[in-house]
Design a protein around this ligand. Structure first.
Ligand code: ATP
Ligand code: MG
Length: 441
């Protein structure tokens, strides 16, 4: 039953902002994006820069990528560009590929709100929850604008006459730094619950407020995200945490009940008293890395996001009498098994994530050849970084991280010396655990 609680329909008016009244200049648009726009125009089609590209330029930011909307069908676009491929997920879109830059070209889509009533066509379907299952009805530019998510994402830039076209008061919301859904918020969230995550992502990234009517339904509807395929949610989680505002994003997700559908076990563990300080510290580090232009690996991120759940499960198993190592393995299996029901974790990431966790047990054990073996592990560096985060957030006593920092810096002789000092100091330095049975040095 989509559309319950429908409010008065907003009335929007098309506005054109001429070139001398906005700061979009052709020079900030990438060459590939310009190439696609002009070739489409020259072939007689309408084509506009749209979405984040226009929004971010208007805000004086560097766009992450450039999206283009056109009245050419996907096949027509594909025919025009040899370097393009048709992508058919929920929407049929075209990717035009220029080396590492991909320009996403979408055909104008039909108006979401009206099609529910008068379109029984197979191309546009909603589920019983109002979820949009397919959305392949083509439309004109205005309809295309009104089926976009936020008003600030529905601005079009035309490279022919240099105007910005605004169908939904996006310019005004941009000026007021507000995220406002186009249309009735509840209906729009039901159509696609991922829009709730997009609200959080843009709020954190742009420092915008979520306008009150857009904000109001989120908490109550957050569980709708459990209807979204785990693979899509995995992609959204990466976008949420790798935009350089991970900590702010985490706080907003928590505030709006949106962490639970993404990381149910983590939320359960935190509610049961586990600390989330490691998550926060890891996200702070991630944000700093991104600010320095470094990359973030999904497996590190997931290792951190699931750590409270792992800790809880691991401890429970030890309390039930499992020895520490089998308890860890059992906990890892269980935590991952549950997580992939919410977000998928592709094997190429879940493997390294497990290794980061397992190495946490090996990092303290350095005697003999062990330190060398551990250091040659392909995941050593990530595990060492993870150890530093654990120390930074006070989960473990400081010291071990510095030891490894020094050990990596030294040559083999220095390393041997560190190891022999370690054996001499061992009884004192060890944390209060069972004394280790070892012949006296
Ligand atoms: P960025 O690329 O910086 O993350 P963006 O706004 O460009 O932000 P994209 O995911 O690239 O986001 O999508 C491009 C545009 O497509 C959006 O600006 C919006 O107009 C539209 N769009 C994307 N996802 C949705 C959605 N779930 N519902 C409605 N419109 C959407
Ligand atoms: Mg984009």
């Amino acid at each position: 039953m989509p559309g319950n609680g429908k409010k008065k329909a907003q009335v929007y008016q098309r506005r054109e902002v001429p070139r001398d009244q906005h700061n979009v200049s052709r020079s900030v648009i990438s060459e590939p994006a310009k190439k696609v726009l002009s070739r489409l125009n020259n072939a007689g089609y309408e084509a506009y820069l749209v979405g984040g590209g226009v929004r971010d330029i208007l805000l004086g930011k560097r766009p992450k990528d450039f999206d283009i909307a056109t009245n050419a069908t996907p096949e027509e676009v594909h025919d025009l560009f040899r370097n393009s491929r048709l992508i058919g997920r929920r929407f049929r879109i075209v990717h035009v590929v220029f080396g590492r830059e991909v320009i996403e070209v979408t055909t104008f889509r039909g108006n979401a709100a009206e099609a529910d009533n008068d379109n029984t066509d197979d191309d546009r379907k909603t589920s019983e929850h109002g979820l949009l299952l397919r959305d392949n009805v083509y439309g004109n530019q205005e309809e295309d604008a009104l089926r976009r998510d936020f008003t600030v994402n529905a601005l079009y830039y035309c490279i022919r006459n240099f105007t910005v076209v605004d169908f939904a008061n996006g310019i005004e919301d941009l000026r007021n730094q507000q995220l406002r859904l186009i249309g009735d918020p509840e209906t729009r969230y039901r159509e696609d619950p991922v829009r709730m995550l997009r609200a959080i992502r843009f709020a954190a990234k742009l420092g915008f407020d979520i306008e009150p009517e857009t904000e109001a339904p989120i908490q109550a509807l957050s569980q709708l995200l459990t209807h979204i395929p785990p693979a899509r949610l995995f992609e959204e989680v990466l976008k949420l945490f790798s935009a350089g505002h991970g900590e702010a994003t985490y706080n907003l997700l928590t505030r709006y009940n949106l962490l639970a559908p993404l990381f149910p076990e983590t939320v359960r563990a935190i509610e049961a008293g586990e600390s989330d300080e490691l998550i926060r510290q890891a996200l702070r580090n991630t944000d700093a890395r991104i600010a320095q232009g470094k990359s973030v690996t999904p497996y590190f991120l997931f290792a951190a996001m699931l750590w409270p759940a792992l800790q809880k499960e691991w401890r429970q198993r030890q309390d039930n009498g499992d020895p520490v190592q089998p308890a860890l393995h059992g906990a890892i299996g269980k935590v991952i098994g549950r997580q992939v029901q919410a977000t998928s974790i592709p094997k190429r990431f879940s493997g390294p994530m497990k290794e980061i966790w397992e190495l946490q047990m090996r990092l303290p054990r350095r005697q003999g050849k062990r330190a060398f073996v551990t250091m040659s592990h392909p995941r050593f560096r990530a595990a060492y970084d993870f150890l530093l985060v654990r120390e930074d957030c006070g989960e473990i006593e400081p010291g071990l991280g510095d030891w490894w920092t020094e050990f990596q810096r030294l040559d083999e002789r220095g390393q041997e010396r560190m190891l022999s000092e370690l054996s001499n100091d061992a009884p004192k330095k060890r944390r209060r655990r069972k004394p280790v049975k070892r012949p006296a040095p």
